[in-house]
Design a protein around this ligand. Structure first.
Ligand code: IMP
Ligand code: MG
Length: 192
């Protein structure tokens, strides 16, 4: 039988909170307004990169005023580690037609830029009317590929963070805030 303590959110595993729950809530609301204004009267085809963008997309899309079609794409580049392995792989691609549509690509964090630039290239091959990108977090100091997002929630320092969709070994995605894991938890052998 699990104890109540084990069922509590894992705040105690965080060294530091970088973005609080209320900051996220406020910024997601203003981002939604910025996106609504930028797309004018056009219908949006939103493409969320899962699993990371799942929570962000769910909250953000409810703040956008125009009609939205939604699809998800699955890309893998991390394997239970806090550093990228290199070339992102499209594991599960789009299932709806995006030709002549206004696409809004959503991701949790823009880090080296490899993932978003690879996905944008893939989407452009499918002849959309336009492609814009929106990320919750931007780590500008980590860029390896020249890439900037059109909409950014928060710029953060070069630190590995978890919460609000971001994971370490698939854990911590359900934390309502974003924070840095205690260092002794960043590489526990039993998680590999
Ligand atoms: P990029 O291709 O290096 O820009 O990395 C983007 C992907 O790496 C994101 O979609 C995340 O899945 C993952 N990632 C990068 N930084 C972090 C982090 O601090 N925490 C959790 N995942 C991260
Ligand atoms: Mg991810």
């Amino acid at each position: 039988m699990r104890t109540t303590k084990n069922l509590l959110p894992t705040y105690q595993d965080l060294e530091e909170i970088i973005v609080s729950e209320s900051m996220i809530r406020r910024r997601v609301r203003t981002l939604g307004a910025e996106i609504s204004a930028a797309f004018g009267g056009e219908e949006i085809t939103a493409v969320a990169i899962i699993n990371g963008a799942l929570l962000f997309a769910a909250d953000l899309l409810r703040e956008v005023r125009q009609p939205i079609r939604l699809d998800c794409i699955r890309v893998s580049s991390y394997r239970n580690e806090t550093r990228s392995l290199g070339k992102p792989e499209i594991v599960h691609s789009l299932t709806i037609d995006i030709a002549n549509r206004h696409v809004l690509l959503l991701d949790d964090v823009l880090d080296t830029g490899k993932t978003l630039s690879a996905v944008v290239n893939l989407i452009k091959k499918l002849n959309p009317a336009s492609v814009k990108t929106c990320v919750l977090l931007d780590k500008k100091g980590r860029r390896e590929v020249d890439f900037e997002a059109d909409f950014v929630g928060f710029s953060i320092p070069d630190q590995f963070v978890v919460g609000y969709g971001l994971d370490f070994a698939e854990r911590y995605r359900n934390l309502p805030c974003i924070g840095v894991l205690k260092s002794h938890l960043q590489n526990p052998p039993e998680w590999h």
